[in-house]
Write a protein that binds this ligand. Sequence first.
Ligand code: C5P
Length: 415
Amino acid sequence: MSELANKRLVVGMTGGIACYKIGELVRRLIEQGTTVDVVMTEAATRFITPVTMQALSGRPVYVDQWDARMPNNMAHINLTRGADAVLVAPASTDFLAKLAHGMADDLLTTLCVARACPLLVVPAMNREMWANPATQRNAAQLRADGITLLGPAEGDQACGEVGSGRMLEPHEILEELVAHFQPKLLAGKRVLVTAGPTSEPIDPVRVLTNVSSGKMGYAIARAAREAGADVTLVSGPTALATPRGVRRIDVTTARDMLEAVTSNVSAAEVFIAVAAVADWRVKEASARKLKKTEDGPPQLEFVQNPDILATVAGLPQPPYCVGFAAETEDLGRHAAEKRARKRIPLLVGNLAQEALGHDDTTLVLYDDAGEHPLARQPKLAAARQLIAEISRRVLGSGPAGAQGTSAPAGSHAGS
Ligand code: C5P
């Protein structure tokens, strides 16, 4: 079931060409089972009609604060009571200015001032309008008032200019909405995650790698960010999009990954090593393409790659370290051996044939208290459950999770 099912949103629209994208956003929300009340400013109706928004939301659309369809004539109160959030997209320069000053001269601004629920605002305007000191001042004021600003993004603008001021795309707004409703179990914590495979050169056109898709590590980075953490993702080569709000550092080899991790680990309170690091690399990668010869295949000499997780766990003041193990059999035995060898408080095991490349996974947590299997579920749901388990161990908070889990004695847990 979608994370946005059974939520009630007020979607406010102000005057801007990006209004045309809100039709798509509302369509996606309705598909997910969200109830959407659309409120438009007069200017928004110049870009897209209330008829369109009513057809897409399946509910009456409100523009006028004196709308007689409300029995008590109080649309500004009625619409937000019971709403989980108000989302204003696109939010114009004028709307930001009014909101920052608590003005209430139409239905949407009045409703925002009268609301009793969170407000998320998605600015969309020409780059000069966004860069204008007055707009920046208003944006800073809105943040200080506890309003969430999403974007704007950089890129091509409808006016033909290029810069910062573009509205986030509907799928990005959806991702932010989903994140908004997740519990902030790791608020303010810094989390470092490795993900994907590493790729070790043999020659300029050949590499040694593995079948890791990176999906689990990316889901964990996303779940940690949704939980309010400041997340850095060190990623080997993957085809995946960076989760919103996550700082991503791209690397190729295990040695690159170690370097990126080493330069970022001192700030981290939690380190989650999900990457499928190549255990070996070719001792001397050839500078030239190896040619087929009559003498048969080349004789390659391998050397061991550095163990990134063990290196971090061995630091004088390590972050809380979480390792992963994908095994084809004897998961429990291998996991216990790996946890002890790397001296980490928590190891997460899964069976390679059930996890690699799949969208679902079955995780088993191993700590000092024993073995704690989680249900088979989509990787993002598993990642969220794992983040809750980690936050409980690191902070002593979060929901009750896998049976019998407890803070591991002698763990390296940070504060
Ligand atoms: O040693 P092994 O590959 O079995 O352990 C897997 C765990 O160790 C994973 O968390 C993986 O990200 C991490 N690892 C590492 N550096 C390596 C090998 C594995 O960080 N060179």
